[in-house]
Design a protein around this ligand. Structure first.
Ligand SMILES: *[C@@H]1O[C@H](CO)[C@@H](O)[C@H](O)[C@H]1NC(C)=O
Ligand SMILES: *[C@@H]1O[C@H](CO)[C@@H](O)[C@H](O)[C@H]1NC(C)=O
Length: 367
């Protein structure tokens, strides 16, 4: 964590000196984790395109009695970083494919700062729609009743948004069987929830980095980031949306941790008019109306105790349950954000392995 924090500090300094865009530097770091698509004895791995979007495909080699299950996976990295070919994501997809005898489609959606919302969402959405066509499912030997979306962090955000949008899309006939949301980011409306206050400086994802990711999803204009850091970016005309992030009403008592709820402080209308994406449920699934959320498929939500995003996940669980959506909420009291990617080599952690196993087990039982 110390090393990571030191790197981030230098990145901020370089960025402020204008030497290099902060996100471009982080991209270089994640690029060092890249592995080429390599098949093994169990899984055939290849890079291809679905609907003009790059994907990495994992096809099990094992013979199958009937059609297979499929997982559409969206990696994390704050909509700015990461890719299917990062060692940890490649391994996660490989294991998922082998253990579940499932086709895994890991999507290389386009990233900020080059691309902003809705590009990331539209990329994963068009891959999902492409894959759900019956001709494509049958080409890959996939059972149309056993397809799910899954993702971690920003990928969990994209998975939740895709699942909602599919319900509203009359063109799509195939329904998702499940959605798995691994420590998802679900709303940028209130960036001062109790979990943000408690975990502002925890490993991997600090509050300021999350603010950076959220603002960068919509624009590189630093005025949005500055307003978000002060939690003063939502104008009064959108005050009705606060019902969906009202942690006073939506969080169980033990998660409030003694914090006192205060009504929102409103910002100037200008930012919301320039960057309306941050009020859009396709970027902020927790802001979807009850009507939009009703009918979502069985859902797995993993939250971690030492994570600014804990309350996002917990509030989504509460809303989905209230609407009758079956939800498995796994909360890891000993984990930090991103723990599930610590499953390899020198960065291997027992907690990462444990979270990965329970996620795979849930998919095995529910997909
Ligand atoms: C292939 O699958 C078997 C059984 O699940 C496992 O023991 C083996 O380690 C896998 N091979 C690779 C390269 O992952
Ligand atoms: C949030 O919920 C509390 C009740 O728990 C209520 O008193 C308050 O008015 C709500 N605030 C907003 C902005 O919805």
């Amino acid at each position: 964590h110390g090393l990571f924090a030191a790197c981030l500090f230098y990145l901020v300094v370089m960025d402020q000196l204008g030497l290099m865009h902060y996100m471009e530097v982080l991209t270089l770091i994640t690029a060092a984790e890249y592995v080429a698509p390599t098949s093994d004895e169990n899984v055939t791995v290849m890079d291809t395109e679905f609907s003009n979007v790059a994907v990495r495909l994992y096809l099990p080699r094992r013979v199958s009695d009937g059609p297979r299950r499929a997982v559409l996976f969206f990696h994390g990295g704050g909509w700015c970083l990461g890719q299917a070919g990062m060692k940890s994501y490649d391994q996660l997809s490989r294991w998922t494919s082998n253990l579940l005898n499932a086709v895994v489609v890991s999507v290389n959606y386009r990233l900020a700062p080059k691309y902003h919302f809705p590009t990331q969402f539209e990329d994963v959405y068009s891959v999902t729609k492409f894959f759900l066509q019956s001709s494509v499912l049958s080409q890959y030997g996939v059972d149309p009743d056993r397809v799910c979306v899954a993702g971690d962090s920003a990928g969990g955000n994209l998975a939740a948004a895709v699942a909602q949008q599919l319900l509203a899309d009359a063109e799509v006939k195939t329904k998702l069987r499940a959605q798995a949301l691994i420590y998802p980011a679900l709303q940028p409306l209130d960036l001062n929830l109790p979990s943000y206050q408690e975990n502002a400086n925890k490993p991997i994802l600090s509050k300021s980095l999350m603010v950076r990711f959220w603002s960068e999803y919509f624009t590189s204009d630093s005025s949005l980031r500055e307003a978000m850091a002060l939690n003063r970016h939502v104008p009064v005309e959108y005050s009705h949306l606060f019902q969906f992030v009202n942690w006073s009403a939506l969080l169980p008592a033990e998660l409030k941790k003694g914090h006192a709820y205060t009504s929102p402080t409103f910002g100037s209308p200008e930012l919301a008019h320039k960057y309306p994406g941050f009020l859009d449920p396709r970027a902020a699934p927790l802001l979807g109306s009850d009507e939009r959320l009703r009918g979502l498929p069985p859902t797995y939500v993993l939250t971690c105790q030492h994570d600014v995003l804990w309350d996002d996940g917990a509030m989504y669980v509460g809303r989905l349950r209230a609407l009758g959506v079956p939800v498995t909420h796994q909360h890891a009291a000993d984990a930090f954000h991103g723990a599930m990617t610590f499953v390899l080599g020198p960065a291997k952690l027992a907690v990462g392995q444990r979270l990965l196993s329970s996620y795979i087990e849930w998919l095995n039982e529910n997909l």
